[in-house]
Design a protein around this ligand. Structure first.
Ligand code: OXD
Ligand code: MN
Length: 580
């Protein structure tokens, strides 16, 4: 297999000249190709067969212990003008970046196969979809890309029709963290990633293409590429609203996307469109619509069980690649949060010893086809996507942020998104549990200056007939003893219900300086063991804490200097003034 697209042919030839693989394999996405890759990886010990009776077609991959999460400190956006990447990104001059990274690619595929992986982000026939090609020397990456993207012949045919594609060159290199770099060249729609085989660093269709490069492309073309799940909420009366929700990594996007309605809310249904990334475009009628560019889930495993997320739990019992979980004595995958079984070997393959820490790595992952999800929505394949009624922002905040509030309007909503903060998680290398600003959950993923990004968000208002309402939620509020105040998981539907009722103009709210909050009576908490005091605490707006929060946001916006739109600073001042 090769291609009629000369640019693609030349680029593959150039990459081969630089990396010097033993052979080149063009991937067609077929089942036989997948089977052969699995055989190869089993033979090399890069995959381990899990218990096929309990977990048919499931395999375990153990990554290098130094390569288990995204590496934000080694991730760069390389634009000609430093200001275009902004203070939110590590920056390097493109010529220097190519020189540095090419030195690591030089001859790195000697003795290896170079796989050429054409893929499409989004339904193949969708005008909102975009294609890319990843060149990689990792069969693990190929297997994962086959699940996470529409990979193979149809993608290549679309590339040959459209003539454009994002170029992603990847090698696991020698896995030395000192020789690891994830480089983005948005002006050339290209990516070079070396030295890591871990998901977000190596599956280039995901964070590198569908967020960093796509956010840049989206700004130029008038759409948005966002770190958002997309979920449909259907009422017992059959009315469905689609919500796009931005939460930072490992803050429950997958759980919310496939929420199981509690028995106390009969007749409600939840439909998953996506769990991590949304591409939002304005249609001919001025409505915001979303597609999920991915076709699979690369989700955090620990904590998944029939109580927290029954859909995910069922979904990952077959045809799943596990990365860095533990195994039981009879070869079943095991992780913290599972009630049954016990680990025999930890994520590094050592006999399990609690002295070595958790049995499964806190950022261990599953890769599985979206269609296996019991709450899968067939509209995931709709070329036109789904209309969005509301945008939700949210973070992991012990204090300050109430359970839910609604922005006054789109502009205020942009401030709510820009002011987001959350405690860090194991999804990225670094300290866990530290509160950091994470605007729109895009801190690690926006491919250009946040100031320009907020301006782009604000500009879209005038292009929409009826902009979606904007909300902020926080499932993670704690009391002074560190206990969660809200039960979370399926019970979050109670909050979504208030949100969709607001969208339909049906439910009440009180106006506060930070926006609209439900009165306790506006939230249906029947059947929940939730004291009146707890509910009041969850819906409290503490003026002193919020004055401090707004001052911190003002300081954060200042870091972006004159790229910050006046409208945004105006919204900040308005809220600050209302707080007294
Ligand atoms: C992810 C992440 O893997 O956000 O989705 O880190
Ligand atoms: Mn993510």
């Amino acid at each position: 297999m090769t291609t009629t697209n000369a640019a693609l042919r030349d680029w593959v030839a150039d990459a081969a000249k630089l990396t010097r693989p033993d052979r080149i394999q063009w991937c067609d996405g077929s089942q036989s190709e997948r089977d052969a890759l699995i055989e190869l990886m089993l033979a090399r010990g890069e995959l381990i067969t899990l218990n096929q009776e309990t977990h048919p077609h499931c395999y375990l991959h153990r990554s290098d212990p130094s390569d288990v999460a995204r590496v934000e400190h080694l991730t760069y956006v390389c634009t000609r003008n430093r200001e275009d990447a902004g203070p939110n990104n590590n920056w390097m001059d493109p010529a220097e970046a190519h020189r540095k990274v090419d030195a690591l690619f030089d001859g790195c595929m000697h003795g290896r196969t170079m796989y050429v992986v054409p893929y499409c982000m989004g339904p193949i026939g969708s005008p909102y979809a975009r294609c890319g090609v990843e060149i990689t020397d990792s069969p693990y990456v190929v297997l994962n890309m086959r699940i996470m993207t529409r990979m193979g012949v149809p993608a290549l045919q679309r590339i040959e029709r459209d003539g454009t594609f994002v170029r992603g060159l990847h090698s696991i290199g020698d896995l030395d963290p000192e020789r690891r770099l994830i480089m983005h060249f948005p002006e050339d729609l290209s990516i070079k990633s070396v030295g890591s085989g871990y998901g977000g660093n190596a599956l280039l269709g995901k964070k590198c293409h569908a967020l960093r490069i796509a956010s840049w492309q989206a700004r130029d073309e008038g759409w948005l590429a966002e770190h958002m799940l997309i979920v449909g909420v259907e009422s017992p009366e059959g009315e469905t609203h689609y919500l796009a929700c931005a939460f930072p990594s490992a803050c429950g996007k997958t759980n919310l996307a496939m929420l199981v309605p509690p028995a106390t809310l009969p007749g409600w249904k939840v439909w998953t469109i996506g769990d991590d990334i949304a591409w939002l475009s304005i249609d001919g009628e001025g409505r915001l619509r979303a597609i999920n560019p991915e076709s699979g889930f690369f989700g955090v495993v620990p904590g998944t069980n029939p109580k927290t997320n029954r859909n995910a739990y069922e979904m990952i019992r077959r045809n799943t690649i596990y990365t860095n979980v533990a195994v039981t004595a009879d070869g079943q995958p095991w992780w913290e949060g599972l009630a049954d079984g016990k680990p025999a070997r930890d994520w590094q393959g050592r006999p399990y010893d609690p002295a070595n820490g958790p049995a499964a790595h806190p950022n261990s992952r599953f890769t599985v086809a979206a269609s296996q999800n019991p709450s899968y929505s067939p509209l995931t394949e709709a070329p036109e996507g789904v209309p969005i009624s509301a945008i939700l922002f949210g973070g992991r905040r012990r204090k300050v942020a109430p359970l839910v509030y609604e922005a006054r309007d789109w502009r205020h909503g942009v401030l709510v998104g820009a002011g987001m903060a959350s405690e860090t998680t194991a999804a990225a290398v670094g300290k866990v549990g530290v509160v950091r600003r994470d605007p729109m959950a895009m801190k690690p993923f926006c491919g250009y200056n946040f100031g320009d990004y907020w301006a782009h968000w604000l500009n879209l208002e005038g292009k929409m007939n009826k902009p979606p309402r904007v909300f902020h939620v926080n499932w993670f509020r704690q009391d002074n003893d560190g206990r969660f105040l809200w039960p979370g998981f399926g019970e979050n539907l109670r909050v979504l219900r208030w949100i969709v009722d607001r969208c339909a103009g049906r439910s009440g709210a009180r106006e506060t300086p930070i926006g609209f909050l439900p009165e306790p009576r506006d939230l249906d908490v029947r059947g929940l063991a939730l004291g009146e005091d707890t509910l009041r605490k969850l819906l409290e707006v503490d003026p002193a804490a919020w004055r401090a929060e707004m001052d911190e946001i003002a300081g954060y916006l200042d870091d972006f200097g004159n790229r910050v739109p006046d409208t945004l600073t105006g919204e900040q001042r308005k809220t600050r003034a209302a707080l007294g």
